[in-house]
Design a protein around this ligand. Structure first.
Ligand code: ZN
Length: 136
């Protein structure tokens, strides 16, 4: 089953918890067992699993990435649209995560949340694709 939803981002860089969006897709799908792939079809955004309860994790994650991949550090691509760091961060964090579905529930750990990573916002419409593959 294939689903899509969109997310509006509000900042240049931010992490947005989309766990509730994905859970509602799982419920609507009526799939009890299988795998769920959450994928973002954008070159300057990403998808990760991590803690969302403490908002400082989001800030620490973005600042650590920024120390590793600073903005506007003489990248050749910046001559085109000034967002080379966002492309590199997107590639490093990745565009998808795969989560098991058991008894109709996402198999996330207690402190795991699904988060959209915005690296070149704000964007009115970031698409998120959810593909559910049933094994039952
Ligand atoms: Zn670009």
């Amino acid at each position: 089953m294939y689903y899509e939803f969109t997310v509006s981002t509000k900042s240049y860089e931010e992490l947005i918890d989309i766990t509730h969006n994905v859970k509602s897709v799982i419920q609507r799908s009526a799939v009890k067992d299988g795998v769920c792939i959450v994928y973002i079809p954008h070159a300057t955004a990403g998808i990760i699993l991590n803690e969302s309860a403490d908002p400082n994790i989001k800030r620490d994650f973005l600042s650590a990435l920024d120390r590793a991949i600073p903005k506007h550090a003489g990248y050749l691509h910046d001559r085109i649209d000034n967002n080379a760091h966002a492309h590199i961060k997107s590639a490093i964090v990745g565009s998808s995560v795969t989560i098991p579905v058991s008894n109709g529930h996402l198999g996330l750990g207690t402190w795991q949340a699904i988060m959209l990573c915005e690296f070149d916002g704000p964007r009115a419409r970031r698409r998120v694709v959810v593909k559910i593959i049933a094994s039952d």
